[in-house]
Design a protein around this ligand. Structure first.
Ligand code: GLV
Ligand code: MN
Ligand code: MN
Length: 414
């Protein structure tokens, strides 16, 4: 008989995990290397140790629980996600993937199954990008570049301070790389973060591809001055220029790229006072598409418009690219294995693309990678209201477990 995860124990672990960085609104705030994040990661290792699993932390800070095969030299199947969150985020994003991975190891251990591979539940460092984004998974995949480390999304100073807090060394991050020949593949359970599964009343989403995205920091320089005495026609107002950028970005994407999205999620004015015209604005900008050609076209169109508008307004723009992630296709045999397992558990499935980024997109270019989605209530995510019915999380965890066993059979047979 196929083993199952213990849904009640998994719930208790999830609730404990949700207490790290818990917010009054019912979510969690665990930005990378914050006290709450580091405590959550330590809890994960302690929990694994208490269950008699092996543990490890690599030079990129990825935290792992290990269930060894009898043959310790066998390759490794990775299961995981991330324990960091966006600021003021939800409890489920990333966390269920790590807790479920841990409980898959526990279920296989309890059933006494000797797999033909080692099984590793991994909590990747900084998936969300408060510092860089996909830092741990790219380090493991061997795709983390020195250039990307120079201009991270959260700023270079924050990255260096964060690495120091976590006792990690920038010059050793790349040592987390694993030879793909030593890895069987990667599986990640995650909430959908959209509304499709809920609308279609489907229990399990099988992810086919993951959106690509590009992120930029823009500094807008105008002219500061007295908010009472500076005539309107003499102004080079950085706040107005930033507003123009935000509206132009939206207009271009909605009109010409209806399948893409663009977001300014951070906007700061300086010096930031009622009675001072802003001389400077800082914006974050990111856009996403499933197609690389659209990302190129959006980039050309928006920056041509931003530069033309700011030139006309006497505004200076400084643009820095801070992340670039390719749209990624997941492995067809993983997709088929997940579907087969979900079908065997009498769960309904549909194939769907992911509009959110995931560690899976860092691993898919180097090893066979699959993702399982479970429904998000109301499609809400990156928000404390994020919610998934526990029964759906348990279903997803059992599909993850079943897929591990399915892959072990294929490995033995193949
Ligand atoms: C991660 O959740 C992202 O899509 O930004
Ligand atoms: Mn996530
Ligand atoms: Mn997220």
């Amino acid at each position: 008989m196929t083993p199952r995860v213990d849904g009640d124990r998994m719930r208790r672990d999830f609730d404990t995990l949700s207490s790290f960085g818990a917010t009054p609104e019912g979510g969690v705030s665990r930005p990378t290397f914050s006290e709450a994040h580091l405590a959550a990661r330590q809890w994960f290792l302690n929990r694994a140790k208490a269950e008699g699993l092996g543990t490890g932390v690599d030079s990129a800070g990825n935290h792992s629980a290990l269930l060894h095969a009898r043959n310790r030299n066998a390759s490794v199947l990775l299961l995981g996600s991330h324990l960091d969150s966006v600021p003021e985020g939800g409890r489920f994003d990333g966390a269920i993937g790590v807790v479920a991975a841990l409980h898959v190891l526990l279920a296989i251990k309890a059933a006494g199954i000797d797999l033909p591979f080692n099984l590793e539940a991994i909590d990747f460092t900084d998936e969300e990008g408060t510092l860089m984004g996909l830092l741990g998974s790219e380090a493991l995949a061997g795709t983390l570049t020195p250039e990307a480390l120079q201009s991270p999304r959260g700023g270079r100073d924050a990255l260096l301070a964060g690495l120091e807090r976590a006792a990690l060394r920038e010059d050793r991050l790349h040592e987390a790389r694993r030879d793909p020949a030593t890895l069987v593949g990667y599986l990640e359970l995650h909430i959908e973060q959209g509304q499709r599964l809920e609308r279609e009343r489907v229990q399990i989403g099988v992810v086919t591809r993951i959106v690509g995205s590009r992120s930029f920091r823009i500094v807008v320089r105008g002219l500061g001055g007295h908010a009472g005495t500076m005539p309107m026609d003499a102004r080079r107002d950085a706040a107005v220029a930033a507003a123009r950028i935000i509206l132009a970005a939206r207009e271009i994407v909605v009109r010409d790229f209806p399948d893409s999205v663009i977001t300014v999620g951070d906007l700061r004015l300086e010096p930031a006072a009622f009675n001072v015209v802003a001389g400077l604005a800082r914006l974050s900008l990111e856009f996403r598409s499933q197609h690389d050609a659209d990302l190129d076209a959006i980039e050309s169109a928006i920056f041509a418009r931003f530069h033309a508008d700011s030139q006309a307004d006497g505004i200076d723009l400084e643009v820095t690219q801070v992340a670039r992630w390719q749209p990624t296709v997941l492995d067809p045999s993983m997709i088929e294995a997940i579907e087969r397992v979900a079908g065997g558990l009498r769960l309904t499935t549909t194939r769907l693309p992911s509009s959110a980024g995931h560690d899976a997109q860092a691993l898919a270019p180097v090893i066979p990678t699959g993702m399982i989605f479970v429904p998000s209530i109301g499609g809400v995510s990156h928000d404390p209201r994020e919610e998934t019915a526990w029964e759906d999380v348990v279903n997803g965890a059992n599909v993850l477990l079943g897929t591990v066993i399915e892959l072990s059979r294929r490995r033995v047979m193949g």
